[in-house]
Design a protein around this ligand. Sequence first.
Ligand code: BGC
Length: 417
Amino acid sequence: MTFKKSILAAAIVGTMAGTAAHAGEVEVLHWWTSGGEAESIAVLKSMVEDSGHTWKDFAVAGGGGDQAMTVLRSRAVSGNPPASAQIKGPEIQEWASLGFAADLSGVAKASNWDAVLPKVVSDVMKYNGKYVSVPVNVHRVNWMWANPAAFAKAGAKVPTTMAEMWTAADKLKAAGITPIAHGGQPWQDATTFESIVLSVGGADFFKRAFVDLDQTALNSDTMKQSFDALRKVTGYIDAGSPGRDWNVATSMVIKGEAAMQFMGDWAKGEFTLAGQKPGKDFLCLPFPGTDGSFTFNIDSLVMFKQKDPANTAAQDKMAELVVSKKFQEVFNLKKGSIPARMDMDMTPFDSCALASMDTFKSTAKSGKGLVPSMAHGMSTTGSVSGAIGDVVTSFFNSDMSSADGVAKLAKAVKAAQ
Ligand code: BGC
């Protein structure tokens, strides 16, 4: 890939350019800019500053991080990557294989990461057996966020299956309430689509399609049924959806203008910030038909190699802080996710987080139902998930038939591999 070549050359220059930064400074590239996200990242900023180092904020707005990754690539190509960046899943290994990622073995050993992090998390953080990334949390993607008052007003039952969901959506529509709050951006379409695929096909099918990239699964009738369901979703969203940010869609549910949203639990950060309580003002339920499955999305920070030892010390300190119990608690209470370490006292967490932790642990133990998110870059490379997202979005925004959707999907995945 051409990007790989240009970036390899820039890697050497980039390491040297690190000398320009102030001693003990860490510049952090992230895309946490919604209300709940900004509150969360502020926790890390203040902990880094309290430890005596300088924080340089490098926020690139855009849910899902597509824009942030574009900016990261251009900074890296010009030989000036930030000291740290939010990078996820297989992309971590790609950056490490290009020689950018600092080896965090020292801090990992001193803080016993291998003992406190579950294997499903630590595997993603390592390259060639060494830690090159720090996990901040575990997000569950296959959630449905519901406004119980809106359902009550429409006389509709909060759905636990897709069949129930269509029935409820019809009642909500008839009552003048937007059934589904949706933001019109490719990653949001992909987020909804992957939950549908999990519901229609189950976890094993999800893995065959989005992890193994198996052509038979991609070309199957199950995938066609998933596109059929996605088409139905388009009939229950409002006309204002195109271009809308995910957190604006969440606010429609918070206000009761819309009844439900299909989004990962970063949405909970918005409900929490608005002072709403789970089980009362809003409900968190597995996406209909996916109870007992867990689509995971682990946020993590990669440290880029630095020339100045003071900056390396700041990175190591930040890495240590991120995995600390204190950070994992305070950050995740605001972010809506659950801690990445499994030895936490969960008393301060709400019912959604407790349910999430239960399902995460039970699926990790049984090996059944735990799947990496495709829409959030956990299941495959950026080029493959980007290709899937393109097909899903063009299906969503046109009158493409499900049969064409399936054929285009299988072809796009093949071409992107
Ligand atoms: C990230 C979350 C973030 C969400 C919306 C996801 O890909 O993992 O941390 O809140 O995008 O921006």
